[in-house]
Design a protein around this ligand. Structure first.
Ligand SMILES: [Zn+2]
Length: 237
């Protein structure tokens, strides 16, 4: 589904990832679970593209529900994986998730459903990313779509948001979500559930780096796209 100019959202279960098109070349942002690779191939075919058109693979952070098929795509597209320097170590380790927080709350039916979706789509067979390049805050990446990196730590130390200025769009990973993970309710942008953040206070402080973006389309890691005035939405977070 095209959700902004040249940006396609893949909603596989409650896990989002994106394909950004620029002049026929592609950047994939986040990689769901390993078995979502099939959805990528189908989606690329529907767009008249193929894996060979993928030039870069960007990770908003190194949690397993965002790194799923990154290694496979890295090899098959011969395209580099990019991640923030503070999540680089985590990206090279297998199966990184706040497991205790998730499993101890898995009696919430919606969260249980999400874990089940993960189980059916490769959580027990997570490939390890063997090579990743790093970027830092403020860097404009020379990849299709030319996103600007905004380091918005808290959910993980290297959590980032990718700003596409010419498309007035922000792919923010789990910096902000529009889905309440425990209940499955659609919500206006808010922080991920507190226990799932490595550092809640840091998450809140990171929002100050987004306020100036104004009227924008927000594409989160979980939940539907949201368009509006970001400073107004953040005032309610
Ligand atoms: Zn996530």
């Amino acid at each position: 589904m095209q959700v902004a100019s040249g940006i396609h959202q893949f909603q596989t279960g409650d896990f989002n990832w994106y394909v950004v098109e620029a002049h026929g070349r592609l950047t994939v942002v986040d990689c769901g679970w390993p078995r979502h690779y099939r959805a990528l191939l189908d989606g690329l075919e529907a767009m008249g593209r193929s894996v060979a058109d993928v030039e870069a693979i960007l990770l908003t952070h190194a949690h397993a529900d965002h790194t799923g098929f990154a290694e496979r795509l890295r090899k098959e597209a011969q395209a580099p994986v990019w991640v923030h320097e503070d999540d680089h170590g985590m990206a090279l380790r297998r199966g990184q998730l706040p497991w205790f927080a998730l499993v101890s709350r898995s009696w919430h039916p919606h969260l249980f459903g999400m874990l089940l979706h993960g189980a059916l789509n490769g959580v027990f067979n997570l490939p390890r990313i063997t090579e990743a390049k790093t970027f830092a805050d403020g860097q404009t990446l020379d990849v299709p779509g030319r996103p600007v990196v905004i380091h918005t730590p808290g959910h993980t130390p290297g959590q980032v948001s990718f700003h596409f200025p010419d498309r007035n769009t922000l792919i923010c990973g789990d910096t902000l979500v529009t889905l309440e993970l425990l209940s499955g309710k659609a919500v206006t942008p808010q922080l991920a559930y507190e226990a799932l953040n490595a550092n809640g206070e840091t998450s809140r402080r990171s929002l100050d780096k987004l306020r100036h973006l104004g009227e924008i389309t927000l594409l989160p890691g979980h939940g539907k796209p949201w368009t509006g005035h970001l400073a107004e939405a953040l005032a309610e977070v």
